[in-house]
Design a protein around this ligand. Structure first.
Ligand code: ATP
Ligand code: MG
Length: 293
């Protein structure tokens, strides 16, 4: 049973001349990581807003079709109820900081206070969030004094503590360095393993290949492809997406006739080792056979 379903969904923002999304249909399985990829302006953030019910409850415009969260139509569900089902971490983490709290710990607890969660439970959850996103050392600092990367992790932690079954993460590592990115991606993997459903908008395709079980491709507001990362990411250039360095090098090796493997392209270091290794193995064997005959 799907946890999120999008049925022939189209949306045009009030003052826009063209629709941001057109006839999008997809569904998401629980406890999986689904990646959304696409060029700038393709409609990724708009789809996140639709999945969370911000469209139609917050953003006004012309909408067609439906989005269902655990079967309930978002149009007929109040945003106050939807936030307990779907948590969203926005593209710009700064927008997400309340500005009302003096410390990182209080900021993370902010949403829980509004839900009326018991004190002990709140403390446990906040501690878990500080741990998972590596924020212990800044727990008593002001949210406004944090670096961009720390603010991004704070935004993630603040949504994580709400324990909504679905988390939508719109480019959650855009402000992070490679170490910060790895930490956040590992946290996301942990969340999915614990049963959360994750929607991840991400430009770093290497991480998409590592984490996602399914990839959706948006192009000019349309859903143009959906499938397993291996099959979708090999077609990245078709949609103007930046290939991983591994896919680039493998493609080059193939174009130069150094490798005949055209069944797939590597997207991660591990896959590259496998891909080039297959070639070495094959040619090594062929070489030996050639000499002995
Ligand atoms: N509030 C808004 N009002 C009018 N048009 C908007 C609004 N937000 C987005 N758009 C338009 O909708 C389209 C899709 O935008 P969206 O932000 O969803 O794309 P995106 O794939 O998230 O892009 P990016 O990679 O830059 O984040 C774009 O043409 C954009 O200009
Ligand atoms: Mg966006």
């Amino acid at each position: 049973m799907s946890i999120l379903t999008v049925e022939n969904f189209s949306f045009k923002y009030v003052h826009a001349s063209t629709p941001a999304l057109q006839h999008v249909t997809c569904d998401l399985q629980p406890a999986t990581i689904t990646a959304i990829v696409g060029a700038n302006g393709a409609g990724k953030t708009t789809l996140c807003y639709a999945l969370a019910g911000f469209i139609p409850h917050f953003f006004k415009g012309a909408m067609q079709g439906a989005v269902r969260v655990s079967g309930a139509d978002t149009k007929q569900t109040a945003l106050a109820d939807l936030v307990t089902q779907v948590g969203v971490v926005f593209q710009n983490p700064f927008n997400q900081i309340s500005g009302a709290k003096l410390t990182v710990t209080e900021e993370i607890a902010f949403g829980l206070e509004n839900l009326g969660i018991a004190r002990a439970e709140m403390e446990t959850r906040v501690r878990g969030a500080l741990d998972l996103f590596g924020l212990q050392e800044v727990a008593s600092q002001s949210p406004l004094a944090l670096s961009g990367g720390q603010q991004q992790r704070l935004a993630l932690a603040s949504i994580f503590v709400m324990h909504a079954p679905v988390m939508i993460l719109d480019e959650p590592t855009s402000q992070l360095d490679p170490d910060g990115t790895r930490q956040v991606m590992q946290a996301i993997q942990t969340l999915a393993a614990q049963g959360r459903t994750i929607v991840l908008v991400e430009h770093k395709l290497e991480w998409v290949a590592r984490l996602a079980s399914r990839v959706l491709v948006l192009d000019k507001g349309a859903l143009v492809a959906a499938g397993a990362p291996r099959e979708i990411l090999a077609r990245a250039p078709e949609w103007g997406l930046n290939e991983t360095r591994y896919a680039q090098q493998a493609r080059l090796a193939r174009e130069r006739g150094m490798v005949k493997n055209d069944a797939w392209l590597p997207q991660t270091l591990e896959q590259a080792v496998e891909w080039f290794g297959e070639r070495e193995g094959k040619e090594g064997r062929e070489g030996k056979e050639g000499k002995s005959s």
